[in-house]
Design a protein. Sequence first.
Lengths: 440, 473
Amino acid sequence: MSATAPREALATRLAARGIATTAATWSAAQRAALRDALPDRLATPRSAAELRELVLEATVAEESLLVIGGGSALACGAPPRRSALAVSMRGLDRIVDHSVADFVVTVEAGIRFATLQDELRRHRQWLAVEPPDRDEATLGGMIAAQTTSLVAAGHGTLRHHLLGLRVLYADGRFGKSGGRVVKNVAGYDLMKLHHGALGTLGIVVEATLRLRPLPECDLVTRASCRDPSALAEFGDALAQPGFAPAGGHFVGQLQSGALEGELLARFQGATSAAHAQAGALEAALTARGPWSRETLADGSHAARPRSLRDAAAAFSSHDEIDSALVSLHFAPSATAATVAALLRFGAGRVALDLVRGVGSIRLATDGAGGPLSQSLALGIVALHRDVAAHGGALFVTAGPPELRAALPDRAETAAAAALAVKLRDELDPHRRFNPDRRGP
Amino acid sequence: MSAALERIVGRSHVLTGRAELLTYESDGLTHFRKQPRAVVLPGTTEEVAAVVRWCAETGTPFVPRGAGTGLSGGALPCETGIVIELARLRRILEVRPRDRLARVECGVINADLSTAVRPLGLHYAPDPSSQSACTLGGNVAENSGGPHTMKYGTTTDHIVGLRVVLPDGTITELGGPQNELPGLDLVGTFVGSEGTFGIATELSVRLTPNPAVIRTFLFAFRDIEQACQMVSRIVADGILPAALEMLDQTTIRVVEASVLKAGYPTDADAVLLVELDGIAAQVEEDARRVRTIATEFGAFVSREAATAEERLKLWKGRKGAFGALGRLSPDLYVQDAVVPRSRLPEVLRRVRAIATEEGVRLSNVFHAGDGNLHPNISYDGRDADEVARVLRAGDKILATCLEVGGSLSGEHGIGLEKRDSMALMFSSDDLDRFAQVRRAFNPLGLCNPDKVLPGAKVCVEFRHGISIEGVTH
């Protein structure tokens, strides 16, 4: 049987049921990330019922689906197998329910994060995360891709705010887990299972989230940094009693054994408390100054200081096509050793969460998603070894095959990987959704 | 059977005598009692794995057990199987203060970890009322909470890695000490699985810095609904207290008549304990606003613990309330359900009406900030008619909580107690999905069978001889 015949059959079957598909258009970055795996056709269901019909038709046609949200995290995970059809969740973008008094909201998965935050801000509330791709990311995509948050030091990641999920599984049935209350242990925690699964176990249709009141003050204090020893000192200072930072980052450039960038500390809460902490940090690290303080208005990235936008861009998985992205995970106590390893490695744009020990390294490729230079490929292997020697780990988020060959894309022992396969065998035995993105 | 198990763990660590097994015939939910064929006490992960492998090879069901303080029957033995008691795995293996991490064995007592790391300026945040007895492994199984979960979250927010023995005897690591590792979140999935996915023998836990400032307030109200409204206002005003705990009049009076006497005003309809912690400037600002809100909502007593001893006293009264309620009757039925915070006044009214309707003696002590209710019913288990009324009242309370969008359990778990009530909250499709996930971890179904999900009928003996087949209470 030819490869295209069943795909046409699926589009035809969907058309017969009144579900339109269109020619899929992909950005250069998406083409660079997924190459041959991108389908030619795209469907954008407008309701959960329509999505279900689509999935059932895909089952009959024995075809798989590439499910996408805002498209900002398509590069994450292992390269998927080619699917017959892309399914955009952007048609399911409603706020289903917002219980203002209970600080709980239920949304459809295709809603953009920025749209949701704008709506919540009208009620002086927010979902206490700040994804790198604030203006593009959808909630469903953020759940699937376990998107990091620039305020994770203070509020955790989206994982900590997920109260419930409604998921469409490959057998065409919906499943609910969790609920609409802020504390709940009834039933297994499938919210965690889907968080980071890259949509390989089911399609998240709705999410219920815990909200927080908007902080009275959102303050950043920052200083230029060229001295590698300042990074550990900065992280250590923020770990002292008297500080409760929302974030503490270094953002900058590595080049030829040197680094150059900015240290940023973020404090949220009562105005007096935020300024008291910023003042105390500046005093403790006077020699690392001069420091400049700025109060942030909630809103799009465009309104942010350059260095915060740089931090977001450094963690983002899709903003450029001529680079590859590596995630770095290290113990805060090993910050100095990790920075030394980075200096030995020597090239790329880095963003490091120095409170939590999470970072990203963006490496230059030869353009259009092409190969890494051989020296970079060898360097990344050495960096991986150096970081691991201090208890850290490196994973590839996006990049060309030679980078993927050098680094794993997920953290799993053999037994845990086998368990992951069993979970997929149970929930999506025919690998209908995003096949291979989290392994076979 | 015992010879094979003795070869693995040694003769002195296998219990088979009827008297020895008595201790293990129930957990904290004493309604249900069963004796296992044996209790095995392994001392290492490898011994746990060997015992579990033996179970898999011989088709023997097994029930993992920590301290047995659970309140939903999750550690109730299976008569055809064994109990794997994990108390011997009680070492704190590693503490990394700068990384705020500890690696511990599953049998470490919750409070002991906080005691051990206190000199380092750290503590382990989840603090269930049973923290002086319950084990961290048990906390992982139940995703335990406590009064301070409002700010600090439940167990799942504090576990970063697990060493687990899967139900086929395989030992594996899930997660790890680093943040945001890419891949399926098997740690998050395992936590709260109530011992049905395997046995976590080692835990990497997140430690929390001791707050620079702690301030604890007592507010007393003539009307519990005003107290509930104050709770909603505190949250709406952007204040995130470490704890917001409520005691009703019955509980207040019982505590005040006991050795736990905490100075709660006995003429109050409700006492609200508010604890603020964190950096000084933030706590100062929040305290000012909380006092203003209390005045606005008519608190007739507004008091701050002036010393650490006074604070401890206020908390001893709260944490010991369940024990103090033992003064009222021989038996206590502790309910655990959650409702949206804004529905607390209405639900409390309805719960009181249910108690009146069924003629049962009700008290309330609960985590108001989370909407996590603990309606307690004091009764005499020797009175069959009263038992029936207690069970009916419990069912009605649960139904009321679910009707307003709540949950069957906030922290005690489903276990056996609420297993058959799961269908009230979840559809059969939802339950099938849970069963699929359990099958992936536990394909033979030998690991803590008959818990959490309805399905197989069980025959259990009620404490005072009432046989209840296939029902939850």
